[in-house]
Every structure is written in C-alpha cells, then in structure tokens.
Design a binder for this molecule. Structure first.
Ligand SMILES: [Zn+2]
Length: 262
C-alpha cells in the first residue's frame, strides 16, 4: 500500500511510455498517484489523465512560481482561469504553488501575493494546498502563520528539524521524496525522524529528484517504494507501518477513498 502524493505524470518525459510507467507503479504496490498541474494547460492535462484512470490517479491544479513568472502581465487572467478550472471540479487540491528563491522568477513580494491568492482559493473551495518552497522557509513560515483555515502539505520538504517543527506547529503535513536517500542530507533525515506519524506523506516528484540508486536518470512513481524504505529506516519504523500511515494520511488529506483494510 503506497501513495505517491506528488508527481508530474503529464511531463513530456513520460510521453513515450506513460502506460508502462503506470503499470510499474501498480506493480510496486502504488494504489494512488497524485499528479500535479503546474499551470492551467498542465492542470487540464492532469485532470484528463485522472479521468482516464479514476482508480489510480488524482489531480491537483495551481500556478507554480515558474508559471506565474511566465504569465507576466496576464497573471490576473491566469488566476481567473485557475479558479474556474478548480470550481468545475475534478481536482483534489490547490497547488503546487509557493515560493521559489533559487531560480530567477518573480520578485519575492510578488511571489508572496501569488501564494496568498492560492490560499484564498483553497479556503473558498475548501481544498488542501500543496506548497512548493525552495530556499524560502524564512518567508514561507511567517506567511503561513498569518493564514487561517488552511490545511495541506509542504511538498519536497527540504529543511532541517527547526523548519519541520515550525510547519508542524502551524498544522501542516510534510512530504518527503528521494532527497532523503542522498548522502549529504543528514539534517533532512533528522527532520523526517521527528514528524508525527499522522502528518507524514511520501512522494517522488517524478520525473525529478530520483532516489539513490537512480540518480541522473528519470524518476518515476514506482520509486516511491524506495522513499518509503529510506524513511522507515531513518524513523526506525517497520516499512509496512510507514506505508500504511502515509497512505492513510494522503487519503484523509486529499479526500480520497481509504484503501481496503482501514
Ligand atoms: Zn512538483
């Protein structure tokens, strides 16, 4: 029992063998994949894919910092389109959206405004949020502290124990991926070890961030099993328990049917 709570199945790198990638995921025991639309066009593709595989795939829609930057002066139209997409249904979450300080995209105050617009959407539509944060914990944590009535996940968590505690205190879930297998990431593993079992999620972020020993190649949802094993090890938990907890957390957070046995 495994749920990959964050992958990009619409990515062009899956165009040649998407059916095989989905079959690999099922064969590894994935019973649910959440594919993330990173802009309106991508969100429409994500929803179509979810409708083709309703027993396996669910979709989320947001304007990630790269899409916001690309929209430029048309950002208001993009938000209007996002809102009508989300209101039409077929999505289980708003996102991904957030703060990206590593790559050159919009200036930081604009990114904060874009994120706050996603927060408003999530509150109005009563959907969880999927947050992207890169080198911006120092601004994201206070921004979230000013928000109320939200729930969701900090995806691809990249901080240490102090950042993890701050997000947990604000009620957020934390999702870990293949980066927990990277040798240098001791602080990340220390953070993963302190997350309460009911706030922990796993993901791949495929086609990005492949776990060891697949680094340098395309990542795919089947590798979420390696993420689960690595997390179980650094938390000193039984792998079956970790799989069950994280699957249950994902279903509860995103409103997906619980797998048989719960
Ligand atoms: Zn993503």
């Amino acid at each position: 029992m495994l749920v990959d709570t964050h992958c990009h199945l619409t990515n062009v790198r899956f165009d040649q063998d998407r059916a095989t990638v989905l079959a690999n995921a099922r064969a590894t025991g994935c019973h649910r994949l959440l594919t993330i639309g990173t802009g309106c066009d991508d969100a429409e593709r994500a929803r179509a894919l979810a409708q083709e595989h309703p027993d396996l795939i669910a979709a989320a829609a947001g304007l990630d910092p790269f899409s916001c930057h690309q929209a430029g002066a048309a950002i208001d139209q993009e938000f209007a389109r996002l809102e009508s997409l989300l209101a039409a249904g077929g999505f289980v979450a708003v996102g991904e959206c957030g703060l990206e300080y590593h790559h050159a995209v919009c200036d930081h105050p604009s990114q904060a405004l874009h994120l706050e617009r996603h927060c408003d959407l999530a509150r109005r539509l009563r959907l969880p949020l999927i947050l992207h944060v890169r080198e911006a914990h120092h601004d994201l944590i206070p921004l979230l502290a000013r928000q109320e009535g939200l729930r969701g996940v900090v995806h691809s968590f990249s901080g240490g124990p102090a950042e993890a505690r701050a997000y947990l205190d604000l009620g957020w879930h934390l999702a870990f991926n293949g980066t927990v297998t990277y040798a240098r990431n001791d602080q990340l593993r220390a953070a993963a070890a302190l997350v309460p079992a009911d706030r922990l999620l796993i993901e791949t972020d495929a086609p990005y961030l492949p776990p060891t020993p697949h680094r340098g190649r395309r990542n795919e949802p089947a590798h979420v099993a390696l993420v689960a094993d690595a997390l179980a090890e650094c938390r000193a938990e039984r792998p079956d328990d970790l799989r069950a907890w994280t699957a249950r957390n994902a279903c509860l957070l995103f409103g997906l049917p619980l797998p048989a046995g719960f």
